[in-house]
Design a protein around this ligand. Sequence first.
Ligand SMILES: Nc1ncnc2c1ncn2[C@@H]1O[C@H](COP(=O)(O)OP(=O)(O)O)[C@@H](O)[C@H]1O
Ligand SMILES: [Mg+2]
Length: 157
Amino acid sequence: MYDTNEMILEFQSKSQNESFARTVVAAFAASLDPTIEELADIKTAVSEAVTNSIIHGYVDCVGIIRMKCSISENELTVEISDKGVGIENIEKAMEPLYTTRPELERSGMGFSFMEAFMDSLEVESKVGVGTTVRMKKRLGKPDMMKGYAQEANQKVV
Ligand SMILES: Nc1ncnc2c1ncn2[C@@H]1O[C@H](COP(=O)(O)OP(=O)(O)O)[C@@H](O)[C@H]1O
Ligand SMILES: [Mg+2]
């Protein structure tokens, strides 16, 4: 039987919580036995999404960022939501190099990194309501395969 797991975390939109959030997701994903590379990908994607909520969502104010993570089979889903200003044109915002904050030396590559490092990315947003970013990534082999491999005393490659 495949195992499922879920957790929800809420924290303030302060810059010090960006590293906190990515560390929490990495710890949550540990049960899937991720490789160092997979962990680095997840942490980068989470960092980008949380940073966006902090600097674009809650401009000049502190709000709550909600992070929901779940594991189903060997897939990790991370959902990061804010109740900030929202995005007017999602398609445009997701274009590489597009940024509305060039004065903050933003690269405009946040969404591109999330797309590159995860298997899927969905963005929902409404002006004045907020933004939700949902990302999924399949990691290594399903737990069940690992079990079989252990039983057979051989490595799943
Ligand atoms: N949570 C959010 N709330 C409001 N606007 C956002 C949010 N996330 C992204 N955006 C908008 O999408 C644009 C592109 O985001 P991104 O690709 O991460 O580039 P950057 O953060 O470098 O500007 C941002 O400049 C901003 O206008
Ligand atoms: Mg960004």
